[in-house]
Design a protein around this ligand. Sequence first.
Ligand code: ADP
Length: 665
Amino acid sequence: MFEKLLIANRGEIACRIQRTARRLGIATVAVYSDADAGALHVRVADEALRIGPAAARDSYLRGDAIIAAALRSGAQAIHPGYGFLSENEPFAADCASAGLLFVGPPPAAIRAMASKSAAKALMQQAGVPLVPGYHGEDQSPALLQREADRIGYPVLIKASAGGGGKGMRRVDAAADFPAALASCQREALASFADARVLVEKYLLQPRHIEIQVFTDTHGNGVYLFERDCSVQRRHQKVLEEAPAPGMDPKRRARMGAAALAAANAVGYVGAGTVEFIAGPDGKFFFMEMNTRLQVEHPVTEMITGLDLVEWQLRVTSGEALPRSQKELSIRGHAIEARIYAEDPERGFLPATGRLVHYRTPEATPTVRIDSGVEQGDEITPYYDPMIAKLIVWGESRELARGQLLKALQQIQIVGLSNNVQFLSRLVATPAFAGADLDTALIEREHSRLFGATAPVPDAALIAAALRIVALQTQAAHEGPGLEVWRHADSWRLNAPAARTFHFRTAGADRELVVRPANGGFELKLDARTMQLQWQALSATDARLSVDGNSFDATTLVRDGHCDVFLQGIHHQFEYADPLAHVGEQSAAEGHIRAIMPGRIVALLVQPGARVTRGEPLLILEAMKMEHTLAAPADGICEAFNVAVGEQVAEGTELVQFTPSVPAPA
Ligand code: ADP
């Protein structure tokens, strides 16, 4: 085995690879961009080298800089993780030329699978079943349209070089094809520098089932069973599990054999994943092969008890696979949830910001957290907005699901939008509970998953009021927060006998009056009077007892914004500080602003056009994805303040829009 490994990646996967390397006694070298100089993966590595500015193309995608760093550090091998250079054939070849081991398959195998179109042609020859479609070289729009018409709608246009759910458009009718094709090609070119696409039949209610394969340089090959990754949003995985619910041993063996046939057809070595799409009738078709470690590999580790990164390192150093097919078996059930900085209520728009408060459940043999950040760290706009992965294990699917719900309720994130509450709701839906899985589950369960936030409970308002008092007392005394929390007395020192708090929740404005009484407090909320006792547990945590019912709350108050975690639910509301300005209500109705920094790629209506609510007005490309901005109401699109190709900052007012019924002042 080699002695020093450079990890050409960042975030949770860089941290995760380091853990295995360390266990095997291999020294680790991290690389970082300017945006990551203080990142966790840098802090935990044995050594760290800067490779360039923040933008990925100037750092994590700079193969030459990474190879130079490896040579400088004396590393003998490079692990690319996933994303970035993990499926980059020239990089794998350059590593070899520089005398470095590349932890991944031979360059030729990467090339063979790099284009979804070419891979499909190869798989056709190898007898692996394919989705009906067109994956030819001729890319003329007329021909593509004819092929789509022939295949029959709905069809899916996919970037041949695509990945990560980008560069895909579902088309339901012939008339929509040209616009969808143009948009898909634009995104493909921007994201993958390759505008070529393929067209295939869009399967309705399919499941995404993938097979983990492993091969070595001695001619051995095994499959480590399947993962079901059907629960997706925007064609991107959100929940992954193993084994796939309802899989029977015969079908598993057939899929395993097909996956190994795919791997062998390209002379594969190492860890790879063959992705299939399966119809409700159980038929399965090859989609693509990912020639690298997958984000969701931990669920396979949990049900097999194996460390896939260890296997990768062993295979790379020339060892034979540690186990044969006969020696592999499945134990229990594992589920992974991807925790993202994003706003589910706004189309899963990626979010950025600082993790002001970040708490995850304690790791146990059945609960695993793969995180690349700690409290205080920043999620920047430069890279994937994944915060962490939560992986749980149980004897059965239902036990694993229970574990997952419990663990999700222990995650606390303040400072940026995230999908934790969304995931809790998702895992609790009858469809997920009943393993009624397909890729449209999230759309189907829309009404359960979005909108209607639960009303803020009284307990949350009470916790916030106490926190505000503690913070103000702390500010007045400049003492440590915990001490102030502990001494209910300080209340009397610093506050008038009774105080009134105004909270603004989504549903209503609430008023809470708090008065010291009987060594505790007396509360008045609406017409009710309650007795409160409390005890501080930490700087942010308190145990409250209201009329004898006790509960724990984690509470943060910043700039008039309150975040209260109560029994796993995150409540957010505003505190109207009487001393601060009353916030001007923005007449949000009439404004169309850039939701994040990006580039304008298309203006879709003529200035002066009368539009209806929801009508697309322009397309903004941000974080390599296209976001369509629509009319917020019926009205007139008077003029655009921006032009195609223009780079805009977050918050830029993009359109002069006049709603037909003026927004209330
Ligand atoms: P990527 O490489 O971007 O992940 P994939 O080809 O793996 O793209 O497809 C991603 C997801 O898109 C699949 O998991 C599935 O949900 C959906 N998908 C792909 N092909 C089809 C299809 N022919 N019909 C329906 N859904 C599909």
